[in-house]
Design a protein around this ligand. Structure first.
Ligand code: NAP
Length: 280
């Protein structure tokens, strides 16, 4: 089956944006749903849901800020029900490893969609170059409540490739792809990898949740937004996810991208060495 009209929730975001580009490259009509769209989609405003869903045959479900937050599973279940009623046969859900709230959302989609695929992901490598850890990385101090735990960071280009395939090709329905990178890295390892790729010194500073909140406040992240994330990190960065999974190989038939390759690419983009423009 080829889905000709795919709705991409969070299509302006990190994973969604990559999926939209891949689908359009294949000549598939990909519709972006986000608050900034021409016809705005807001999770909080159910009146916007049907407009986004109408005419779609498949949908990428990506909840922001985090699938694991309280109350989200109920909303995802309700959204999946609306989608099914409006003819969306195929749903691909982005989920997180080791998170009880995310597991409840998975169940809601599995019970509702005619064809579902779950992508249950480890921490994104791109958190250091495109998200809340970019500011700390640029300051050269990664303050995180992560102790010495090791995490198999995934390159989200791998994740987007899997989602694009699951949205448009047969053979992925009814599957949970647990996706990770190929290697476990401590935050000290991450700091060393980024330092080597970027050619500047970045250190990891093990901290408390409150120290993390105070640090990202320097980048304009409001404490009320950072605190729930910090609590989530503390819970999942307790070693429960310190194992490699094989979802990338199963879905794509090739190994997952290594953190070193991600770091080289990110460094080559210049993101970690912004030029300070001198004023004439
Ligand atoms: N970061 C990680 O390491 C990690 C690991 C595993 C799983 N995850 C999961 O990844 C998901 C986030 O994916 P991502 O990083 O690709 O997203 P993202 O880059 O943060 O982008 C969020 C997208 O959602 C839209 N959006 C934000 N608030 C919205 C709202 N209230 N209503 C409708 N749209 C909204 C944004 O566009 P507008 O601003 O235009 O609305 C944007 O397109 C979360 O569910 C998280 O649990 C993350």
């Amino acid at each position: 089956m080829t889905n000709s009209n795919v709705l991409v929730l969070g299509g302006t975001g990190r994973t969604g944006g990559r999926i939209v580009r891949r689908l359009r490259d294949r000549g598939i009509q990909a519709r972006v749903a986000s608050r900034r769209g021409r016809e705005p989609f807001r999770w909080e405003d159910r009146a916007t849901w049907d407009v986004a869903l109408r005419g779609a045959s498949a949908a990428y479900l990506c909840y922001s800020p985090d699938l694991a937050f309280p109350g989200v599973a109920e909303m995802i279940g309700e959204f999946a029900g609306r989608a099914r009623n409006l003819g969306v046969d195929r749903m691909v859900l982005l989920s997180g490893r080791g998170e009880a709230g995310a597991r409840a959302s998975e169940k809601a989609v599995q019970e509702t969609a005619a064809q579902w695929t779950v992508i249950r992901s480890s921490w994104f490598a791109q958190n250091f170059s495109e998200h809340f850890l970019l500011g700390p990385t640029l300051r050269g101090r990664l303050v995180l409540p992560a102790g010495d735990v090791r995490e198999p960071f995934i390159d989200i280009d791998d994740l987007a490739e899997i989602a694009s395939a699951a949205l448009t090709e047969d053979g992925h329905a009814g599957t949970v792809y647990e996706v990770t990178g190929p290697r476990l890295l401590s935050m000290h390892d991450v700091a060393a990898e980024i330092s080597a790729a970027a050619g500047r010194n970045i250190e990891y500073v093990p901290g408390t949740a409150e120290e993390f909140v105070a640090d990202v406040a320097r980048d304009g992240v409001r404490p009320d937004d950072a605190r729930p994330l910090a609590e989530l990190f503390e819970s999942i960065l307790d070693g429960r996810n310190a194992s490699i999974a094989t979802g990338v190989e199963s879905a794509l038939g090739r190994p997952a991208t290594d953190f070193t390759d991600y770091a080289r690419r990110a460094a080559a983009s210049g993101i970690w060495n912004p030029r300070i423009e001198s004023r004439a």
